[in-house]
Write a protein that binds this ligand. Structure first.
Ligand SMILES: [Zn+2]
Ligand SMILES: [Zn+2]
Length: 283
């Protein structure tokens, strides 16, 4: 039987030169129009005062929001443009401010684990060396405690910040090729993931299938891992697909393959932001 090829016509996770991306917001919009997308969103990294290298500055955030508002208006007859942010768990982002900032959606992401004793933030996705430094220094080198702290941050984020989308759920595996740092099939790891998913299932949050680790050559499969996707389906948690693009050419990187993967797992629909709300997109 010939099945019709389905294209997912949207991406909400993309970074511009306002943070660590290579293109400007308008380039993404034009790329999305070329691809025939229904909607497109931008999601600049929220300001983190303890690490300013990759994120938008406080002033830059306001300029970014202003530019997106103008572009949304300029292209309204050609594509639905949505204004978003990738809010780091430690940004101190106040969800009540979303309306004032004019945000249409928020991706909540954990990129750090804070060492409360040393007042230090350990980044999990910058370089393997920085990850190793964090694992060595957190809780006297207890890597299980480090990984669990990452997932505890996700749970706290879901409870307190209520993001629309949870970014790269298992980002902590980014440098874990061949299970270098921890065994994803270990009972404690699977139990921790199960607990996180149970908490997410009680919320309204959508989990993204994120292909950004792949487009940048770090992972062989999207976030989250296949066994996690199976548990997400079992718990009926909504998902979407996003590329976490840092340049326009990756706007729909590995989307077709990701659709294939999740259809095989058994998903029947994913969420698309359309006409101002998250809706089911049948796959
Ligand atoms: Zn991120
Ligand atoms: Zn991102």
């Amino acid at each position: 039987m010939q099945t019709k090829k389905i294209i997912f016509p949207s991406n909400l996770h993309a970074h511009t030169f306002y943070c660590d991306g290579k293109n400007n917001p308008e380039d993404y919009i034009l790329t999305a129009i070329e691809k025939g997308f229904t909607s497109v969103g931008l999601s600049g990294h929220s300001f983190t005062k303890f690490d300013t290298e990759y994120c938008m500055s406080e002033k830059g955030t306001l300029e970014y929001l202003k530019e997106l508002k103008n572009l949304k208006e300029k292209y309204k007859d050609r594509i639905q443009v949505y204004i978003g942010i990738e809010a780091d768990f430690y940004s101190g982002f106040n969800p009540k401010l979303d309306d004032n900032l004019g945000l249409d959606f928020r991706i909540g992401s954990v990129h750090y684990i804070k060492d409360k004793e040393k007042e230090e933030y350990y980044c999990v996705d910058n370089t393997p060396e920085i990850l190793e430094y964090g694992i060595k220094n957190y809780a006297n080198g207890d890597e299980k405690a480090f990984i669990e702290a990452y997932f505890d941050n996700i749970v706290e984020m879901v409870h307190t910040q209520k993001p629309d989308i949870i970014g790269h759920l298992d980002l902590v595996k980014k440098f874990n090729k061949d299970f270098k740092y921890f065994d994803e099939s270990a009972e404690w790891y699977k139990n921790k993931v199960e607990y996180v998913l149970d908490e997410i299932a009680k919320s309204e949050a959508i989990i993204e299938i994120n292909t950004g680790g792949m487009s940048r050559g770090w992972t062989q499969t999207p976030y989250p891992s296949f066994f996690i996707l199976e548990r997400i389906l079992a718990k009926n948690i909504p998902i979407t697909i996003s590329s976490d693009a840092h340049e326009t050419k990756n706007i729909d990187f590995y989307f077709d393959e990701s659709l294939e993967i999740i259809r095989k797992i058994g998903f029947k629909s994913i969420k698309i932001l359309k006409d101002g709300k998250f809706q089911d997109f049948n796959i």
